[in-house]
Design a protein around this ligand. Structure first.
Ligand code: SF4
Length: 476
């Protein structure tokens, strides 16, 4: 997928001015966090499960070579093939080669972020093979030629009226009198269209939520069941997965499934959890005759052992997006590449380079909410700070920004001077803003006040308040 991450500021400005997008995002970001909280509350061992899930993936990353070789051996034993790919180009070529060998004209596809990362749809189309997304959200955005705006709700930026309009434009056989006002009618229309595609596909291309080393199985998780039809109906099944998706055992996979659904959608378990191992066996009623696993690195092995190592524990649940104040305001497209939110702001510079993704590490308030909800306990704020540090050290921060940071660092290292410099300013702002409680405009903070008011300081400085509270505590 082509990146517009370098235009993050413009993308974000456009997103902030888009009222439809803001309404759609507010529904998503109010709904998912509340459901996650309820689901976590129903499970007393949820926090322990998070620790276990983190430890499983940390162990895998420390022994990745061993588990990858084990996985390959088991896939081959089960009758499948593994294709090792260093780059996106190698993965695209492998998928095209397998599809051509299968004589494919149509490839059905279940949701895969790696598929987006390597732009497989465009590649197949370019070579005369029609890819068809089968997840409802992905299907809608494929018709609109748009990238997903959220891992688990790819069309969340659209209203039902926009979806109806898209179906009317794309489904040319659709009778004008057919009503598409209700979500159910939209669902039925998509289902009718997709059934035919499922039945006529030559190849099914899926991602993998996990790869299990001890059995060579892949795990597919959906709420619509589309991945099951994608992999089981065509004669050839191709799995595209990045190498950190591996877990050692079936039991480890179930531990991660228990935190994945709760963190993502607030469900106790996703509706369809499918474990596929190799091609169809003689006594199986259905399933593919050919089974291929395309294993992609694409820059991940370079992250091992760096300050971004722990990012490879990510299971793409989307919880950090749902809780991020920046994502909630601008949505996923503004980040300009496949991934978004705090995890995207850390991962994208690793995959496409800090020069292209230079704004993303700053697309965070560092409030820490992302880390507090991440089921894999990934220290996202620490990594965002690591990128900012690299930017500063390699002089990629703007000249004004560097001067401001140096000044701040000088003051912060001298608390008495800091207080002396800050306290009068705070008092003046508090006095000026007392009447309204906020500022509509203020010199030097135009970037903020362009889209919202700046709250006036209420009372004294934090340090003054801290000292007051502490002396209160000491009183008998
Ligand atoms: S970083 Fe954590 S919260 Fe964010 S998508 Fe990955 S696993 Fe989920």
């Amino acid at each position: 997928m082509e990146s517009t991450a370098g235009n993050f500021k413009d993308n974000a400005t456009k997103a902030l001015a888009d009222d439809k997008l803001r309404r759609a995002l507010s529904k998503l970001t109010q709904g998912f966090p509340a459901k996650r909280l309820e689901a976590a509350g129903r499970l007393p061992e949820f926090e322990d499960l998070r620790d276990q899930a983190r430890d499983i993936k940390s162990h895998v990353l420390a022994n990745l070579d061993f588990y990858l070789e084990q996985l390959e051996a088991r896939v081959i034993e089960a009758g499948g093939q593994v294709h090792w790919c260093r780059t996106a180009a190698e993965a695209r070529s492998a998928i095209l080669r397998i599809s051509r060998n299968a004589g494919a004209k149509t490839v059905t596809k279940s949701k895969s972020m790696i598929g987006e990362e390597i732009a497989i749809n465009e590649h197949l189309e370019h070579h005369g093979i029609q890819p068809v997304e089968t997840d409802l959200g992905e299907y809608i955005i494929q018709l609109r030629h748009e990238p997903p705006s959220h891992f688990i709700a790819p069309a969340i930026h659209l209203s039902k009226e926009q979806v109806a309009e898209t179906f009317r434009e794309s489904h040319t056989h659709l009778a004008p009198e057919r009503s598409l006002q209700e979500p159910r009618a939209l669902l039925e229309e998509a289902r009718d269209e997709l059934r035919q595609k499922f039945l006529s596909a030559d190849v099914g291309l899926t991602g993998a939520n996990m790869l299990i080393a001890e059995t060579g199985s892949i795990v597919l998780v959906t709420n619509e069941g589309n991945a099951d039809l994608t992999y089981s109906l065509p004669k050839t099944h191709i799995v595209i997965a990045s190498l950190e998706k591996i877990v050692p055992t079936l039991e480890d996979a179930t531990t991660i499934l228990r935190v994945l659904a709760r963190s993502a959608t607030g469900q106790d378990m996703t509706v369809y959890n499918t474990f596929c191992t190799g091609p169809k066996r003689p006594d199986d009623l259905d399933g593919p005759e050919d089974f291929h696993v395309v294993l992609l690195d694409n820059g991940r092995s370079k992250m091992l052992g760096t300050e971004f190592h722990d990012m490879l524990r990510c299971i793409r649940c989307g919880a950090c997006l749902n809780h991020c104040p920046v994502y909630k305001a601008i949505g996923g497209h503004a980040y300009g590449w496949v991934y978004s939110g705090p995890m995207g702001a850390v991962l994208i510079p690793n995959l496409i380079g800090l020069d292209e993704a230079r704004h993303l590490p700053n697309a965070s308030t560092l409030c820490g909410k992302c880390e507090s909800v991440c089921p894999m306990r990934i220290p996202l704020p620490r990594m965002l700070r690591a990128w900012r540090k690299r930017q500063f050290e390699t002089e990629k921060t703007s000249a004004i920004g560097r001067k401001a940071l140096k000044l701040w660092a000088f003051l912060a290292a001298r608390p008495w001077l800091y207080r002396l410099a800050v306290a009068p300013g705070v008092s003046v702002l508090a006095a000026l803003g007392r009447k309204r409680g906020r500022f509509r405009r203020l010199p030097l903070v135009g970037g903020w006040t362009q889209n919202r008011d700046l709250p006036a300081p209420q009372g004294g400085t934090f340090v003054a308040r801290w000292n007051r509270e502490k002396s209160r505590e000491k009183q008998p």
